[in-house]
Design a protein around this ligand. Sequence first.
Ligand code: AMP
Length: 192
Amino acid sequence: MLNIVIFGPPGAGKGAQSQNIINKYHLIHLSTGDILRTQIALGTPLGIQAKKLMDRGELVPDDIVIGMINYKIENSPNPKGFIFDGFPRTVAQSEALDKLLKGKNTAVSGVISLEVQYNELVKRILNRGKDSGRSDDQDIKIIENRIMVYNEKTTPLIDYYKAQNKYHSINGMGTLDEIFTRISNTIDQLPK
Ligand code: AMP
């Protein structure tokens, strides 16, 4: 199986590049942000609880997102592989993902990390907010908090995956096509 973690701060282009990766490599897309937004739209108790945190740019508790990913992995028959988008975001989530995949006799094949300058991140998120209607994409204070939370809680994963020799840094500046060419070149070198 080919299991990719697409990694990077909010606004790095993880969602857009996930679509390109799915089209080319036929992986199953698991975006915890998308799953949470579906729960909010459905008005489930989980969605109501998550919305309060998401509206402030804070992370949803690990056990909730790990449970969601577990459920999706268990309910995906014969996948070629997964692309994890916006997950893991904490070391506890990475450890849980390793365990879940080990239970399926597989592992993370590689982490594709999109490197984008701070000003460009903010610009891209504000632009996306004009169409997405996402309230966390429209308020500069929330956007700044999301990037701060990423720096505090998510960047420790860089060392976690470097220690496993799985971390691949990609220049995330440029056109979508240019960036996808860099990503494909890296994915094609990964062990299947
Ligand atoms: P995203 O769509 O990935 O930008 O996620 C939007 C929001 O959903 C984040 O700011 C968090 O509040 C929440 N979220 C998404 N994925 C996770 C995760 N893996 N762990 C905790 N919270 C998450």
